[in-house]
Unconditional design. Structure first.
Length: 182
């Protein structure tokens, strides 16, 4: 069972990590974006271009329109929050913790590559329409909703699949007897 002390330990760890992980992420965000852009560019047709500019991803979709950028933290915050969730978890040994971090990082990177390619295609499609203002706004809203829900769904699924079975296990007789005062 998750006791008060474990809940307090998780809360304290999560709070500290919410301050540290984004700062640490800044050291790798540029390289992450460059790798992301290289792979996402392969999923795009000719005429659509991506480039990394520091922590921003520049999207060039039309010769008539100026390119716009997406802030890297807009894309990366889900990966940052999942990292905090895994690192702050109590009762998780080192090897499973590293395994979960690698699994979420690989899955997040693959999702970022496909998501950025789809965003660029959606913006290019919507800007080709004569009523581009409403269409571009719709594409950006859908992208924001999708990107906002993915970390919550992934974190919730991980909590249900990993922690729920472990919390519902009844304590053994030795543990129950040791916990009771004489």
């Amino acid at each position: 069972m998750l006791g008060k002390s474990n809940l307090l330990a998780f809360s304290f760890r999560a709070l500290v990590l919410l301050l540290l992980v984004p700062l640490l992420w800044l050291t790798v965000a540029r390289q992450y974006n460059e790798a992301l852009v290289v792979l996402a560019q392969r999923l795009l047709p000719d005429g659509l271009a991506l480039s990394a500019l520091g922590t921003h991803i520049m999207i060039d979709y039309s010769e008539a329109a100026r390119p716009f950028s997406v802030d890297g933290f807009t894309l990366h915050y889900g990966l940052i929050l999942m990292t905090v969730l895994i690192l702050a978890s109590v009762g998780l040994d080192l090897l499973p913790r590293i395994g979960w971090l690698l699994a979420f990082a690989a899955g997040g990177f693959a999702l970022h590559v496909v998501g950025v390619a789809l965003l660029v295609r959606g913006v290019a499609w919507s800007s080709a329409d004569s009523s581009a203002g409403g269409s571009v706004s719709l594409v950006l809203r859908l992208f924001a909703i999708f990107w906002g829900l993915v970390p919550a769904v992934a974190g919730g699924a991980w909590a249900l699949l990993y922690w729920l079975p472990r919390m519902s296990v009844q304590p053994s007789a030795e543990t129950a007897n040791a916990a009771q005062p004489p």
